[in-house]
Ligand binder design. Structure first.
Ligand SMILES: [Zn+2]
Length: 185
């Protein structure tokens, strides 16, 4: 999910409802003897929270990628990640600010923004995450609200990213296969 940076408090969605289609699909595949490879991404990380610790406990050491907001990064999250096994870091924009002006869906990178300014902010964020997390950082851009300008989607490689992780249907890897550069989950 990607809405706004976490503020604490209780969950907004019922996991049983949210994951019902996924569980049903996995049950069907298991009954058919099929296996899949999947990866797990959680967004909006920037500080240590009870909810994040609960997630890291619940995964039972399954690898997980945290989409971290570099411009809000708090030392408590840095320490938590360094103390956790099998956690990698992706870049979740810069400061998770909505620049859409309310004219469209929320976006930190709408078409209306200066490409120079966007490039500089993303570079600052990427360098901070590289410096802070070293080899745990994977240069994958996760745009807040899954919203990204066409220019950025076409030029992310020139800005130092290997891929963009964006929104997609529930089982994109099954229905559409891997894209050449863009990775959907
Ligand atoms: Zn987000």
């Amino acid at each position: 999910m990607c809405s706004s940076p976490p503020r604490g408090g209780t969950a907004q969605l019922s996991p049983l409802v949210e994951f019902a289609p996924l569980v049903a699909q996995l049950d069907t595949m298991r009954s058919q003897g099929r296996r899949i490879r999947m990866w797990w991404r959680d967004d909006d990380s920037y500080r240590d929270t009870t909810e994040l610790r609960r997630l890291l406990m619940a995964r039972r050491n399954i690898p997980i990628a945290l989409a971290v907001i570099p411009g809000l990064l708090d030392e408590t999250l840095t320490n938590l990640i360094h103390d956790s096994n099998r956690v990698s870091v992706l870049q979740h924009g810069w400061k998770h600010i909505d620049w859409s002006g309310g004219k469209s869906r929320p976006s930190e990178f709408p078409d209306s923004r200066s490409t120079f300014e966007v490039s500089e902010q993303l570079r600052s964020g990427r360098e901070l995450l590289e410096k802070t997390f070293g080899s745990r950082f994977d240069p994958v851009l996760v745009p807040p609200w899954h919203s990204i300008s066409r220019w950025l989607l076409e030029n992310f490689g020139d800005l130092g990213y290997l891929a963009v992780s964006n929104e997609a249907p529930l089982f994109p890897l099954l229905s559409r296969g891997w894209g050449s550069r863009e990775i959907n989950i």
